[in-house]
Design a protein around this ligand. Structure first.
Ligand code: IMP
Ligand code: MG
Length: 190
């Protein structure tokens, strides 16, 4: 991280993070499109939006404002065992939902699908609570990496199977506040 302009506002060295994969303008356009689609699909039946912390924090905050329905929002936190850049599929619920799901339409707001193991676990976990429906809205899906059929209703962008950061996504808790999505090139953090 450098502060070449001396503003006190952090900028990001190209050695830390690589090229921009999805810039701010494309993110904003796509989030608006997803919001409009969700608004049309759930007209008269506003869903409960469930975001998975922390990665989906920015996507959730932008997406919920792009939906012109009286939605409710709730959050879960999960921790998946594995290395800094790969999940194992073994998921632990760190913070559960505050809401009852029975009879409600649930729309899971996810940052990124890699192997799909985290989401596969979450879908089964949520479905067991008897919601009226469970659908998925994933901002990013890594192409060719999923070992399970995920039936994703809404997808922001299909991206190459590279590790990315920014717009909520981290490596070892860093880079979540980058306004765009970038390829992480510096290798696994210490
Ligand atoms: P999956 O279970 O392999 O699909 O991994 C999904 C979770 O791992 C996401 O919700 C993220 O928290 C994290 N993850 C996977 N790929 C990336 C990435 O490229 N950047 C940042 N986090 C990622
Ligand atoms: Mg996540």
């Amino acid at each position: 991280m450098t502060d070449e302009a001396g503003t006190g506002i952090p900028t990001w060295a190209e050695s830390d993070v690589g090229p921009v994969l999805v810039d701010e303008a494309r993110l904003a356009t796509r989030v608006a499109e997803l919001g409009a689609q969700i608004t049309a699909d759930y007209a008269g039946e506003p869903p409960l939006l469930v975001a998975v912390l922390k990665g989906a924090m920015l996507f959730m905050s932008d997406l919920c404002r792009a939906i012109a329905l009286p939605v409710d929002v709730d959050f879960m936190a999960v921790s998946s065992y594995g290395s800094a850049t790969k999940t194992s599929g073994v998921v632990r619920i760190v913070k559960d939902l505050d809401s009852e799901l029975e009879g409600r339409h649930v729309l899971v707001v996810e940052d990124i699908i890699d192997s799909g193991l985290t989401l596969n676990y979450l879908r089964r976990y949520l479905t067991a609570r008897q919601p009226k429906s469970v659908e998925i809205c994933a901002l990013l899906v890594k192409e060719g990496e999923q070992r399970v059929d995920l039936d994703l209703r809404y997808i922001g962008f299909a991206i190459p199977p590279e590790f990315v950061v920014g717009y909520g996504l981290d490596v070892a808790e860093r880079y979540r506040n980058l306004p765009d999505i970038r390829v992480y090139t510096a290798g696994e953090p210490e």
